[in-house]
Design a protein around this ligand. Structure first.
Ligand SMILES: [Zn+2]
Ligand SMILES: [Zn+2]
Length: 332
């Protein structure tokens, strides 16, 4: 059975569960672990049944509860390498590291990359270089603070308890390279947003295709191509343009939201539905609605008008994801 449960959606936290076969994936973990488990229980989902967490990008409304949740459940977290690095920097922006520690970390990372490349060669994978993997490790904020260097304990890497970025297991994926988590096929695609390496997803299980596209400034051709032939489409409908322009945000923030790497407006979502969407999904879920610059009725109206403009799409069931309570599970 395939099931899709939105637990929270919006700038105060995002989390959704995609279930198919024997696999349950948590998409983003923007709620605290406690709140996540509370909502799962409300929605009839069992926290212990989760198999993995997958992350769209490193903004706090998508990653807040990741470490605690992954540790508590002992499950792996899937990131792109760019998002993982950005998340680590976000967690420990002032992490102090001696130069010797940094060199040792680089040596270990290089050895791991070499081992990975050897393994790939042994498995007969094509020889094409994987640019992401061959790039030198990004330099952390190295401190040559003499006090840190003099501290005898500073020679050791941080222990599991001290290190907020420690995870029971870490898996990397790359946009444009589909992969499998248990019984669910995952196709990550690049989205335009002001994060290190943000992605949307198409999940497929038991022949059901579900797409996940929030936190994007506009819908470029590569995303349009992914959002076809779906059974479920979860699409951002972040703000009403007029409300945003007249609303409380300071001008630089308004500019950020409106930019090509900001968030999708009701109008832009409706335009996609009207002009580019193939109308095949049984469910269209409007998501990541702003509480300051949008009203659920405005988002719904814009999308409804777009769908009504095309009589063949009237069968699409329109739902609104909520910030404060889970949406009833959708079953296929
Ligand atoms: Zn967000
Ligand atoms: Zn974001």
């Amino acid at each position: 059975m395939v099931r899709f449960t939105v637990l929270a959606s919006g700038s105060k936290g995002n989390s959704t569960i995609v279930s198919g076969g024997r696999t349950r994936i948590l998409v983003d973990c923007g709620l605290s672990c406690r709140e996540l488990f509370r909502r799962m229980t409300l929605a009839g989902e069992e926290p212990e049944s989760l198999n993995a967490v997958i992350v769209t990008h490193e903004h706090s409304d998508h990653v807040n509860g990741i470490s605690v949740t992954a540790r508590k459940l002992g499950i792996p977290v899937y990131f792109t390498e760019g998002t993982h690095r950005a998340w680590m920097r976000w967690l420990s922006p002032r992490r102090q590291m001696t130069y010797a520690q940094w060199m040792e970390q680089c040596r270990q990372q290089a050895a791991a990359r070499e081992a990975e490349a050897d393994l790939a060669a042994e498995e007969g994978e094509p020889d094409e270089p994987q640019p992401e993997l061959l790039q030198p490790a990004q330099e952390p904020e190295v401190s040559l603070d003499p006090e840190a260097a003099a501290d005898p304990s500073s020679g050791k890497p941080p222990s599991r308890k001290e290190d907020p970025s420690w995870l029971p297991a870490l898996e990397y994926f790359q946009a444009g390279q589909p992969f499998q988590i248990g019984d669910i096929a995952v196709s990550p695609f690049t989205i335009p947003h002001d994060a290190a390496d943000p992605v949307g997803f198409v999940f497929q299980a038991e022949g059901v295709r579900m797409a996940f596209a929030t936190d994007l400034g506009y819908i470029p051709p590569n995303v349009k191509a992914q959002l076809q032939g779906l059974d479920l489409l979860l699409l951002e409908s972040n703000h009403d343009l007029e409300m945003l322009r007249d609303g409380p945000y300071p001008w630089p923030v308004k500019q950020r939201v409106l930019s090509r790497v900001g968030h999708l407006s009701n109008e832009a979502a409706a335009q996609f539905l009207e002009q580019d969407y193939d109308g095949q999904a049984a469910y269209v879920i409007l998501a990541h609605l702003s509480e300051s610059n949008n009203l659920p009725e405005l988002a719904r109206l814009a999308a409804q008008r777009a769908l009504e403009g095309r009589p063949s799409l009237l069968a699409n069931k329109l739902l609104l994801a909520d910030q404060h309570q889970p949406l009833s599970s959708i079953y296929f």
